[in-house]
Design a protein around this ligand. Structure first.
Ligand code: EPZ
Length: 435
């Protein structure tokens, strides 16, 4: 198993290019199932989770190719371009072996039922960050007229006469359930209204792509989405938005090390909540004047130590749960105390004992962690059981005295493209040890 070794203490300086958003690309890939005509997606990041979703789609019968005009080696700008053609869906079952690797596999359920009248997806089960049920996905499909049963570990949904529009009120905000039902509703007869829908930029991106495919959606960007069903969707091209969590993570890397970094292709409007917290902690985040059409962000720590700031995770536009572990690494070296409260997932503090092994002073009380900043961390061998927890250990390693070895790097590879290359290009002493 690969490991990442970091020798801390170098302020980062340089440019990092931000890739396409993993959590936007995953539902967009699943959306290809909705149409018999091809969907071309640009700026797809090269990540393990994307490969898992592609493998799942291929076993449903989707043909995935690099478009002819790009096959000669050009990559259409940053990121990969993929053409997905779901002309013939050969299987409506998403098997356990693929779903257990990645919970987002459940996103094929809505499109399969909407297009084929049936879908069978293995129940994802729990995961490292909590129990994570899919009841809202199931209830929503029932509201759209599907019969849904749980059988031998599978969700089996049937709508032989097609789905029909309905009003769906989400009792709590769910990114995945909003995406699944938004996709399903595009082909349902009549009008669907999703109330208390998630508003994450990844959902807005999905909605824009669906509109390009011929879907009729109003209220994009709000918590109330109105979808008027159409009988079929058509071919489209779409470019995936930049990854706001990758952006935020590198913002924190610059802040932690006291360096100055330019994030190329990043969108400041998608990381406003993170910018506000960093500003209060003593970090200056601005839009680069010469960012070009894709934009760029500049990050620079003001003089002196970071200041402790209280943080609470919330659905977008609040502070993202996917940045909670990273801000904790930062607060671990800040001056003063910080209370970090996790409101989205019940078990997302696995990084705490690992940060403590590096000298952090953190006490967890239920959903809150009290972080008392220390002047310095010390390197240690560490590991984590999820993606964002792992990257928080990389951030801690970048500022720690001595050597930090982050084990179980495959978690990082699920969501951070070439992280060791991007950081070492800014001067970090970081390398991957294979095997
Ligand atoms: C998405 O997960 C992201 N994954 C997660 O990113 C992210 O942490 C999460 O949204 C919250 O922002 C993808 O986009 C692929 P939810 P998702 O449904 O859709 C509860 C990362 O590191 N809930 O918004 O699964 C649930 O248990 C990952 O990239 C139900 O109770 O999250 C949680 O407490 C990790 N019933 C809350 O809602 C349901 O049917 C929010 O979950 C669905 C969710």
């Amino acid at each position: 198993m690969d490991r990442i070794v970091i020798r801390g203490g170098v302020p980062l300086a340089g440019t990092v290019t931000i890739g396409g958003a993993k959590n936007a690309a995953l539902p967009l890939l699943a959306a290809s199932l909705l149409s018999a005509e091809p969907l071309v997606l640009a700026n797809i990041p090269d990540l393990a989770d994307i490969t898992t979703m592609a493998n799942l789609l291929v076993q449903h019968g989707v043909a995935i190719t690099i478009p002819a005009e790009l096959a000669s080696g050009a990559r259409g700008g940053r990121g990969r371009v993929l053409e997905l053609s779901a002309r013939h869906i050969t299987s409506t079952t998403a098997p356990y072996d693929l779903v257990r690797k990645m919970r987002a596999s459940v996103l094929v359920l809505g499109p399969l039922v909407a297009r084929c009248g049936r879908g069978r997806v293995s129940l994802p089960g729990g995961c490292a960050i909590g129990t994570r049920p899919v009841d809202l996905h199931i209830e929503g499909l029932r509201r759209l007229g599907a019969e849904v049963e749980l059988n031998e570990g599978y969700i089996e949904a049937r709508a032989p006469k097609g789905l029909r529009g309905a009003e769906i009120v989400f009792p709590c905000v769910s990114v995945g359930a909003t995406e699944n039902l938004l996709m399903a509703a595009t082909l349902a007869a009549g009008e669907t209204v999703l109330i208390n829908a998630a508003r994450e930029p990844e959902i807005t991106d999905l909605a824009h792509c669906l509109v390009a495919m011929g879907a009729r959606i109003e209220g994009i960007g709000s918590d109330r989405l109105t979808i008027r069903g159409v009988t079929s969707l058509h071919a489209a091209r779409h470019r995936v938005i930049p990854d706001r969590i990758e952006t935020g993570t590198y913002m924190m890397a610059a802040a932690a090390t006291g360096g100055e970094v330019r994030l190329e292709g990043a969108r400041l409007d998608h990381v406003e909540a993170v910018r506000r917290i960093l500003d209060a902690a003593g970090v200056c985040v601005t839009e680069a004047a010469d960012g070009g059409p894709e934009g760029a962000i500049l990050v620079r720590r003001r003089n002196g130590r970071l200041a402790g700031v209280d943080v609470m995770t919330e659905p977008y536009p609040g502070f993202p749960t996917d940045m909670q572990a990273q801000i904790m690494a930062l607060m671990a070296i800040a001056e003063g105390a910080s209370m970090i409260t996790e409101t989205i997932f019940e078990n997302r503090f696995m990084h705490v004992p690992e940060l403590a092994r590096m000298g952090a002073n953190i006490t967890v009380h239920g959903a809150s962690a009290l972080v008392r900043g220390v002047p310095r961390l010390t390197g240690a061998p560490v590991m984590a059981t999820d993606l964002r927890a792992s990257v928080s250990l990389v951030l801690a390693g970048l500022v720690a005295d001595g050597e930090t070895t982050v084990n179980r790097v495959y978690h990082l590879d699920r969501g951070y493209e070439r992280i060791e290359d991007k950081l070492s290009a800014c001067g970090a002493r970081i390398e991957r040890l294979r095997g």
